[in-house]
Design a protein around this ligand. Sequence first.
Ligand code: AMP
Ligand code: ZN
Length: 468
Amino acid sequence: MPKDLFIHNTLTRKKEKFVPISGNEARLYTCGPTVYHYAHIGNLRTYVFEDLLVRALKRAGFGVKHVMNITDVGHLVSDGDDGEDKMEVGARKAGKTIWEIAEYYSKVFFSDLEKLNCLKPQIIPKATDHIPEMIELVQKLEAKGFVYKTGDGMYYDTSKFPAYPDFGRLDVENLEAGKRVAVGDKKSPTDFALWKFLPKDKKRQQEWDSPWGKGFPGWHIECSAMAMKYLGETFDLHCGGIDHVTVHHTNEIAQSEAATGHRYVNYWLHGEFLNEDSGKMSKSKGETLTLAVLEREGFTAMEYRFLLLQAHYRASIRFSFDAMKAAQAGYRGLVERLRALKDAPALAGEPSNAYQAYRNEFDKAVFDDLNLPQAIAILHGAVKSGDLSASEKKALALDFDGMLGLRLAEAMNVGEVDLPADVQALVSARDEARRTKQWAESDRLRGELVALGYAVEDTAKGTKVKKG
Ligand code: AMP
Ligand code: ZN
């Protein structure tokens, strides 16, 4: 029997006990990246939050079937129905084909997720591989009278779906035309494109035939088609960043429920934003704050994960390099304490009451809507506790890390976390150079590390250095 897990459901705006539809299996869909650029560290926050949800579900005893899509068509620059496709713009800027940039940015994205120790979803469908499913869904909606045609595409008629405003608590009456989405020749500002016709003035790289003429799918229909294909017409959990509540997920619900006539998703979870001092972080403004940038500045992915875990997923985070430095110090301090326990023998026999109490407290925090800041505090408390043996502390830390994903076992055994920030920066820059096949640069950086007195070794996990 799985343990009780409570999560905040955007649908009801309440904390609820998670009860899956079928047995002990949790079916989860998370909106994946639009692969026209690097993911910024704000985007990555959302994926770390989703990873924590997966880990919590597993810790509670549920099986997890996790689908995360790749958006490689149809997400327009405006996030609405106007403007160019982000993929087309990204490809033009890079002087490459859409397929080339999609492959490149997908690779970097999954490498970032791996560095952040996020468990890989079992199914990762690409939008462009599911055009027939999207067309079929639009046809279903058309047959039910939810679709009308404008000069630039086939649109969903939100006035036909009275529950439309409910999920996002939208004040539809007072939505200013053009504020949320441009009206154009749509009937209402909330209506949205299901299928877009080819633009008259520009040649697109991507186009498909459809019953309505050549074109490409709208962004929202992609997620509904892929989610329902792999998880069924009604499934358990759906996540994304908080910005998706009022438009993307509202539209997903409207079109999916109109097509099937019943509930689409039982639990919706949304992660709050990570913002820069300048305001909302945006991939299209100036330099993108990526994980590679953090690494270049001397921070590791685990230190960034540690920073994220110290805030609740429903609280926004104001990012600064000072906060990053504090997280680095915190992570290193924790690892330092754990390293003192490295040689403690494995736990034998019955664990003590104190051990059980820490474990229970930890689970209580995690299963209470993923209270990871509290869980981390419990870990700190356990490591410093006078009531636990060294073996118990070590066993607890490793057990907790199955949830936290901070690679504590690895960190306890390798010297990496002791590296001075400038050496760590050289190591990260070298890994980046190798990743992008800049061999001369990688050799130059090896030379710099050697000059500083480090022996350099190439491993499957990247550059390892030892003071030699
Ligand atoms: P995108 O690639 O733009 O579709 O965004 C990918 C994911 O990142 C979505 O779930 C967004 O809701 C989320 N997201 C976008 N900006 C931020 C941010 N500043 N902080 C946290 N999540 C974000
Ligand atoms: Zn989506």
